[in-house]
Design a protein around this ligand. Structure first.
Ligand code: A2H
Length: 253
């Protein structure tokens, strides 16, 4: 990891009840998949959440009401940032793997899609953020290619028990315009670079570099409260609002 701390926004994606058997001990609590993002202004365009199938997660007690499903590493960091029922001591209520999370229905802040699902992504790093990623395929090349892989490959869906209705109805939502790249910048850049799958690491790194920089410096919001404003201006306003309303928290590592 870098020398400088990275400031993320943790988006609280609420798990809708009734919970599956694995999560039954959590019934009655507010349970969230907490996703670390650098782009809170893109939350309008969420189509799903990503989990690592073989990744180890836990349901950690954040306060009297809230439970976050994240990696143990993230829970420890949060406990030192005052997000733990017992200060500096994460309490795991249920141990989970990514497989247990695939298919969970979620309600996520600002999302145009009212219910989205947790789906498998094979390139998630367990030593970054929370190990949970929110998916915005309009603006994130990794998200675009991973959703593309699931949509295009029925065998890939079958392997992880992913139902068609968790994936196929979800279209890319245009949320930001970038002059050179249009309204679906990730799709455009992935096509231009002829990226074939989520596994093309080097090409995806280049796609991320291109869209991330241009999105921030030249992007304009197409939706939401700040439609018509520059991404640069909207980003801190949207972040602050999500934090004020309790739909997100700050997180650094
Ligand atoms: B970003 P950085 Cl729209 N493993 O959020 C892999 N990727 C992870 C992760 C993990 N454990 N934790 C977070 N991320 C992703 C939105 C987004 C993101 C958009 C465009 C670009 C983008 C929606 N996904 O990131 O290495 C998260 O995806 C481009 C870099 O700390 C998070 O922000 O720079 C970003 O990577 C953090 O990556």
């Amino acid at each position: 990891e870098g020398v400088q701390p990275q400031d993320y926004t943790l988006i609280k994606m609420e798990v809708l009840s009734p919970f599956p058997a694995k999560l039954a001990p959590l019934e009655g609590r507010k349970v969230f998949l907490a996703a670390a993002t650098l782009r809170p202004e893109t939350m309008y365009g969420q189509t799903n959440a990503w989990v690592l199938p073989d990744g180890k997660y836990g349901a950690f007690e954040i306060n009297e009401t809230d439970v976050f499903i994240i990696t143990e590493r993230a829970a420890l960091n949060l406990a030192y940032q005052n997000f733990s029922k017992i200060p500096k001591k994460p309490t795991c209520l249920v141990a989970l793997t990514g497989h247990d999370l695939i298919g969970l229905p979620l309600k996520s802040p600002l999302s145009v899609n009212k219910v989205i699902y947790a789906l498998p992504m094979l390139t998630i790093l367990t030593d970054k953020g929370t190990g949970i990623v929110t998916s915005v395929p309009s603006d994130a090349p990794d998200d675009y290619m991973s959703l593309h892989d699931l949509k295009a490959k029925p065998a890939f869906r079958a392997k992880f028990g992913v139902k068609d209705e968790w994936v196929l109805p979800f279209e890319i939502v245009p949320i930001i315009n970038i002059p050179e790249f249009g309204d679906k910048s990730a799709e455009k850049v992935c096509n231009d670079l002829k990226i074939k799958s989520q596994n093309e690491k080097d090409k995806l790194a280049e796609a991320k570099r291109l869209t991330y920089l241009r999105g921030f410096t030249e992007g304009t919001m197409l939706v939401g409260e700040y439609a018509g404003r520059k991404v640069q201006e909207a980003k801190p306003l949207i972040r602050n609002k999500l934090i004020e309303t309790g739909e997100a928290i700050m997180y650094s590592e």
